[in-house]
Write a protein that binds this ligand. Sequence first.
Ligand code: ACM
Ligand code: ZN
Length: 610
Amino acid sequence: MRKTLCLLTAVAALLASCAREVKEPAAPQIIPLPEHLQMLEGSFRITADTPIWVDGPAEFTRTAEFLSERFETVTGKALRFAEEFPQSGAIYFMQADGYPAEGYQLRVESGRILIESTDGAGAFYALQTLLQLLPAGCLSDSRESVDWTVPAVDIEDAPRFPYRGMHLDCCLHFFDVDFLKKYIDVMAFHKVNRFHWHLTEDQGWRLEIKKYPLLTEKGQWRKETVVGSLSSGVYDGQRYGGYYTQEQVRELVQYAAERYVTIIPEIELPGHALAAIACYPELSCGLEDHYETATKWGIFKQVYCPKEETFAFLEDVFDEVIDLFPSELIHIGGDECPKASWKACPHCQALIRREGLKDEFELQSWFIQRMERYINSKGRQIIGWDEILQGGLAPNARVMSWLGEEGGIKAAQQHHEVVMAPYPKYYLDYWQGDPDSEPLAMGGPTLLRTMYEYNPVPEVLDAEQRKYIIGVEGCVWTEYMPTPARVEYMAWPRMCAIAESGWSSAPKDWDGFTRRLETHLGRLDRLDVGYCRNFYDPFIELRKDTEFSKVALLSVDAPDAEIRYTLDGSAPTASSPLYTGPFAINRQQRVTAAAFRDGKQIGNIKYKEF
Ligand code: ACM
Ligand code: ZN
């Protein structure tokens, strides 16, 4: 596909230079990159008189309605559904045999737009692509005068992985349902099809469970929240809480399903359980007099004690969770469970002896396997973070690999399905620019380019083992994201890179990606996504060298840009020295840089000193 685009671009350039009056349409800038795209002659203009024809089940009609609603939002007039088959001039949504799962063909000709797919997801993804063939104004949330002309094109497309996920932690900070709908909309626009909803934590329990009302009456609250980094020792003194009613959950699950997003709920066990234990201390090892919802970020030793009351509680909770969420996969957490309480607990130690377990790691595995049997008995499968490998993987478990790649590799070698969500490569809570000028984050930086270039299928796996990598996920832990605006800032546009790695099998092409992204940022603007705008800003890295010198490396994401810099603190201009490669600076010098295109500064000035 990349080759087709390059070739087309070259042909377009050649034609433009030979005959200036013949203007070839530029190849469309689509994210994620479609598998196969061929430009055709001409274009099709959607007007208020363009009929829609659907030949397929109701979900195809729902997708066609999305198009009609979009047109109405921007133009004030809905597109109409034809009552009789229109011979031409229409937008056709047709179900047809033979397309891969979620795959589609989108053919735009002068006389019609034809969408074909076998499943409803394919038709929905064809629509997302069609929306990217139109001017960005067509994505607006209000009336706008836009030309709804689509270039003629033939696109055949299908995803690389079945699992293309985005996570959101709604415990460390809470986000309302309206924001979650927007989050899901933007995911779906990028053909991301799994929303991993992190609902329980040490710092708050966010899901209404009818049988245990205390979980939300009390467990949603923490008495205050740490200010600044987790070790600042300063607290805000403000009670903080929030939870989702089951009615809201059902509504969101339905909303997501219409957009081909499956919501995977995460109920953490055996660790990250302090909020639940604060409500029901009998679920713990009982080593302390008092349990309280956590007020700072981190890992806590108060975990579920593997006793019958705990399993009865968890089974009740999962009964309600399974009733609420149709997802085949249920996330059971499994990460960061310290073993100190189990070591000191007479019940846990007796259980280890009775079951002939080697240690507390095997007890963790025993705990997970018992929960897996229960969840499997309800017809569902478990997925958990890497640590569910401790003491042996449960027989049917899927692994979400976050501790680098090692866990994912091990699991795939054991023929367990794996979702790659490695930190820090796919952790969207890490800095995306210079920490000196970015808001507080977890670590990093993990730049857009690093995320884009990450290959989610580890080289060490053989062909058979590689089949067990079922997809990718971007993780959004919200320690330092107290507002929807901050979530969007951290997640986008880096999530575009992860979405592309999840969808597209094409070889990595950073330059091509940045060209498409530059257009795509205009779409994110229309979707009102408050993404990070450092695309045009230089990133200055000072690498340690001697006591008296450091080596400066400069880069910028925007394509066709040059970086100009100064070392005396003055603002760079179009005639300042051009950055051509790494250079050394001394203690007195300050690197001040900006990106330029055609002699004009295109982003912000950035600086860094020793
Ligand atoms: C994790 O970041 N603790 C999965
Ligand atoms: Zn115990």
